[in-house]
Design a protein around this ligand. Structure first.
Ligand code: NDP
Ligand code: 8X3
Length: 253
């Protein structure tokens, strides 16, 4: 039997990309799901699909992780969370520091950093009370290697790395596990959001190489979550084969 069977898994940003793929993989493993994102209709159709295929319970929440009061209320209603996948996140623009708008900056910081903290704050007291649980944060290679025109996004992911490591210290005397998975280039809606809906520009990010897809990262999340209770995969860096660093990608001519 899978170690993940019957676990209650909260996935933020489950309406697309990596989060949606995680939902499918945890469902396959027999976990019950709490799926959160702003686009509720997408979550509803995913719920219907997954409940029809697997003997699991799926709960959906229309949730903007930036709104602390709503995060708290939604998670109180759900109850115990065994595994939290802090995945919701985004990048706006590819701009020099002097050109980044305050709005883009606020959106990235509020979502990728404060939102991740709000969700974790809502879940952690229950994990502490039960002395069990697993927080899996989706960081990025961008949090380890800043690149030009990505300053704020990279900074938010560097913050995720610091927060993950600090939380690992804060829970070292408990049975709670804290992990971080840092993907390189994954083809999802990420670049479409970055370029404000410009699909051609988004496609050019992945031109000439085979990028990762949501399933590739979901498989690593499942691996990390499925280790025995005494094993914590603290950190993983996951690249497409033709990527060696945030800014070193080989593209076939
Ligand atoms: P997608 O754009 O496909 O998915 C992003 C998800 O985040 C969506 O489900 C979106 O849902 C959700 N989201 C965004 N803002 C909010 C919010 N305020 N409240 C709740 N949910 C929100 O991109 P990815 O799947 O690629 O991104 C997932 C994570 O992976 C992000 O943290 C990203 O930084 C990280 N990552 C991505 C990489 C890549 O190359 N794609 C590489 C490294 C890391 P909705 O809009 O419905 O709210
Ligand atoms: C996403 C990877 O390199 O586009 O975190 O910033 S990158």
């Amino acid at each position: 039997m899978s170690r993940l069977q019957g676990k209650n898994v909260l996935i933020t940003g489950a309406s697309s990309g990596i989060g949606e793929a995680c939902a499918r993989h945890f469902a396959q493993a027999g976990s019950n799901l709490l799926l959160a994102a702003r686009r509720k209709e997408r979550l509803e159709s995913l719920k219907q699909e997954l409940e029809s295929k697997h003997s699991i319970k799926v709960t959906t929440f229309e949730l903007d992780v930036r709104v602390k009061a709503k995060v708290d209320a939604a998670l109180q209603a759900f109850g115990d969370v065994d595994i939290l996948v802090n995945n919701a996140g985004l990048v706006i623009g590819l701009d020099k520091l002097e050109d980044i708008t305050e709005e883009a900056m606020d959106t990235m910081i509020d979502t990728n950093v404060k939102g991740l903290v709000f969700v974790t704050q809502a879940v952690l007291p229950g994990m502490r009370a039960r002395n069990k649980g697993h927080v899996i944060n989706i960081g990025s290679v961008a949090g380890q290697q800043a690149y030009g025109n990505g300053s704020i996004y990279c900074a938010t992911k560097a913050a995720v790395a610091s927060i993950t490591r600090a939380l690992m210290h804060e829970t070292v005397d408990t049975a709670i596990r804290v992990s971080e998975i840092n993907p390189g280039l994954v083809e999802t809606e990420f670049s479409v959001i970055r370029f404000r809906g410009d699909k051609d520009k988004a496609d050019s990010v992945y031109k000439g190489l085979e990028p990762l897809n949501g399933d590739d990262i979901a498989e690593t999340v499942i691996f990390v979550a499925g280790r025995p209770d005494h094993v914590n995969i603290a950190e993983m860096l996951v690249f497409p084969t033709n990527q060696a660093a945030a800014t070193n990608v080989y593209r076939k001519p």
